[in-house]
Design a protein around this ligand. Structure first.
Ligand code: HGY
Ligand code: MN
Ligand code: MN
Length: 416
């Protein structure tokens, strides 16, 4: 078998059908998905993915964080495997393609290799990483973070959701605690296909994003404590209003990010208000600040400015204030050799492409710590993601998966 010829392409219709079938598991209310990690829907999606992998002749391994690894043997059993994959869990109002394209695109690569009778020297592994989103259990990329040694498993198992349920208990409840030691697997390389989740590729008219870097992030959980009181009978001067403090800090986060343009973002996405009653001044709020930049210096400056602003606002309003970092990773530089292979694969396929920095965090950002890693991106309509209206075209999905096919074959070595 010669190296994959430029004319070899994945089966676009089969990929699109698989994406559509997976989207029916944990459906949203507006055409997207709500398949949050460690829910019954996540469990059902895992079972479907496992069935598909076994039907493609792969053996499934699962580690104690529920990370799933489907292996296609290579001709050299001593060669470290080439991994590809992403995540099947979604946001509560997530799209059909965030993460899922990377997992099912990797499966489609193996299905295509089977169709074409391609053998590779290195084994190939298709991966589903548990809890990439961090929506239900913070931080994001939790299980790939344990795999890469950034978190202990005890820390991960003890993380709780909004209802106080523990990650470890929920993983056991859905029956996906595997027997493999997390992080014991060694990788020759890891490639992750993902939608861009931003507007650049579509605006530039490019089919492929060659991801050279990923921006870093901080998630800062801020707790403000004031005093519950009647919204009607309490004079304004007597109020100790935690909700007002959160509003002022939210505005400051926006100003701080705008003050570090270009290349900085900031927002508050998750808020818990207590007692959350229409006619009670909030005596407590817990909210998470999400700040990001590809520039390490800017990222660290913004963290300091946000923390100082939070304590200053709290002092103005007589509030108690505590800040806990609940998510962090530094800006990431992906493997230059793999970046070159991705770029060459796009060129071989005649696909328009450009280098790009990932605005979102991905499992690849952690795996990059333990193995040569790279990402491939496809555009998404209007740059919209983390929204049920997230949309890509079948052509974009196929183009990204074709690049994944050719890059993986280049890295894994076609035999014969
Ligand atoms: O937060 C992120 O960037 C990713 O979607 N988990
Ligand atoms: Mn994702
Ligand atoms: Mn996401």
């Amino acid at each position: 078998m010669t190296a994959a010829g430029a004319n070899q392409r994945i089966n676009s219709a089969r990929l699109w059908d698989s994406l559509g079938e997976m989207a029916l598991i944990g459906p949203g209310v507006a055409g997207g998905c709500n398949r949050q990690t460690l829910t019954d829907a996540d469990g059902a999606g895992r079972h479907l993915f496992q069935r598909w992998c076994q039907a493609a002749g792969m053996a499934m391994g699962v580690d104690t964080m529920g990370n799933m690894f489907a292996t296609r043997p290579g001709t050299d059993p001593d060669a470290l495997p080439v991994y590809m994959g992403s995540h099947l869990d979604t946001q509560p109002t997530g799209g059909r393609y965030d993460g899922v394209l990377g997992v099912l695109g990797a499966l489609e690569v193996v299905r295509t290799m089977n169709d074409l009778g391609i053998q590779t020297r290195h084994p190939i592994v298709v991966t589903n990483w548990t809890n990439e989103e961090g929506a239900r259990f913070a931080p994001a990329m939790l299980a790939s973070g344990v795999f890469a040694g950034l978190h202990t498993q005890d820390y991960a198992y003890a993380r709780t959701d909004m209802d106080g349920l523990r990650f470890g208990d929920e993983l056991a409840r859905i029956g996906w605690v595997g027997d493999e030691v997390v992080g014991a697997r060694k990788m020759h390389a890891m490639l992750e296909l993902h939608i861009e989740q931003g507007p650049i590729l579509e605006a530039e008219g490019k089919e492929i994003g060659v991801v050279t870097h990923g921006q870093g992030l901080w998630w800062l959980e801020i707790t403000l404590t004031g005093r519950d009181a009647h919204t009607g009978s309490t004079p304004m001067a007597m109020r100790v209003n935690a909700g007002l403090g959160m509003a002022r800090i939210t505005e400051r986060v926006h100003q701080i990010a705008m003050g570090h343009q270009p290349g900085a973002v900031g927002a508050v996405g998750q808020v818990k208000v207590f007692p959350n009653s229409r006619n009670v001044i909030p005596g407590k709020v817990i909210f998470t600040v999400d700040i990001r930049s590809p520039d390490q210096t800017k990222l660290d400056l913004m963290r300091g400015e946000v923390e100082r602003a939070a304590f200053a606002v709290a002092a103005e309003l007589g509030l108690g204030c505590s800040i806990e970092p609940v998510g962090h990773f530094d800006p990431v530089t992906f493997d230059p050799n793999l970046v070159k292979i991705v770029r060459q694969s796009a060129e071989k396929l005649g696909l328009s492409h450009m280098d790009i920095i990932s605005g979102a965090g991905h499992d690849a950002c952690w795996i990059n710590r333990v193995a040569p890693t790279v990402m491939i991106m496809c555009p998404c309509v209007g740059g919209l993601s983390h929204n049920e209206a997230e949309e890509i075209s079948p052509q974009w999905a196929a183009a990204g998966t074709d690049v994944l096919l050719h890059a993986v074959l280049d890295v894994a070595g076609v035999v014969g």
